[in-house]
Ligand binder design. Sequence first.
Ligand SMILES: *Cc1c(COP(=O)(O)O)cnc(C)c1O
Length: 417
Amino acid sequence: MAQAPSLATLAIHAGREDFAELGVHAPPIDLSTTYPVSGLEAATASLDAMAMGGRPKSGEAVYGRLHNPTVARFEEALARLEGQGVDAPVEAVAFASGMAATTACLLAARELGLGHHVVATRPIYGGTDHLLSGGLLDFDTTWSEPGAVPEALRDDTALVITETPANPSLRLVDVDALVRSAAGIPVLVDSTFATPVLQRPLAQGATLVLHSATKYLGGHGDVIAGVVATADLRWAAALRRIRVATGALLHPLAAYLLHRGLATLPLRVGAAQASADALARRLAEHPDVGWVGYPGLPGGDPDGLLGRQMSGPGSMIAFEVRGGFGAARRLVEGLRWITTAVSLGSVDSLIQHPAALTHRVVSEDGLREGGITPSLLRLAVGLEHVEDLWGDLDGALRRTHRRIETPRRAAPVLATV
Ligand SMILES: *Cc1c(COP(=O)(O)O)cnc(C)c1O
């Protein structure tokens, strides 16, 4: 048997196996909203298959909300990456956003006749916290520490939901332990911060792995998307049924960009991680910085998950600026290369203030449980040169605390010839 390909090779070749046969070098983009039917009998058989969450019979996609070949290519590629180390076939289902994907998982749980109760860990992405706390989808949520999940389970628990590394504190959750303590209840892992390059929760027994593909998978800040991968084909079918029914589709142009982004994912994740590791160490020693949350720092991985669950600490850093909210605000307003913006996983570095921005919708309790303080900032390290990033951070920290005025800019020299 041929040697199994490495992730770096799969990232480039998965979902492209038929190119020679098609005579192309880049994936074709199919923008059709509808498809000619070859005959009513074949079309109805295909429709029935898709209504059950299946794939269309060949050449009978019928309508763009039911199936799109460009989206299916990206799903195939992502499924191959998340399926590394998994013994069963893995399928992926793509959605219009990460939140659409999370919503679809909850609705699919209902479709599958599971209960109306969810156990979830905090901190977690602000939008997920809001969706689970707000009652919109009529699920009852118990927030639990990862170690206390067994006590939180009920007869009607449909899902255990976690995020690792967690947003925004970068705490790691032990997926093996969580799956064991969930005692057969499906576990959903939001693996957005890790990507399949750094961890593969399905191989650890999670039922569902979810990504906001808006972040690292796309990688260039120009696509909003979500995707769920699973080795449980009943779940995959339920997710496709929900997507057909609710219309939370990924557009084929977005799928094309995501598939393109996957090719450089291992390189991007590796390079950003190397810079993040260096920056986290320097921040931890900086006199104007208090706590730093980064799994690669001493104390950042108390359960020893690096090497066992995650192959590296990633490129997200949480840190507290000394001087409270005022200092944090002055810092983010004093940067040059690092843009103050929510989101992450792009080629460029972004910084944001979770309490003011991404986690603004979270309750007081949720903020406290998640350690989301007024001086906390979350830095998503990109691919700029690490010394430019450090110069930016160090300079802004100095100005924040020592109030060194920015030197006046020299008057521009106009039209010197
Ligand atoms: C951004 C994000 C989401 C939501 O994804 P969207 O694509 O913005 O809908 C969910 N989970 C995590 C960890 C995220 O960072």
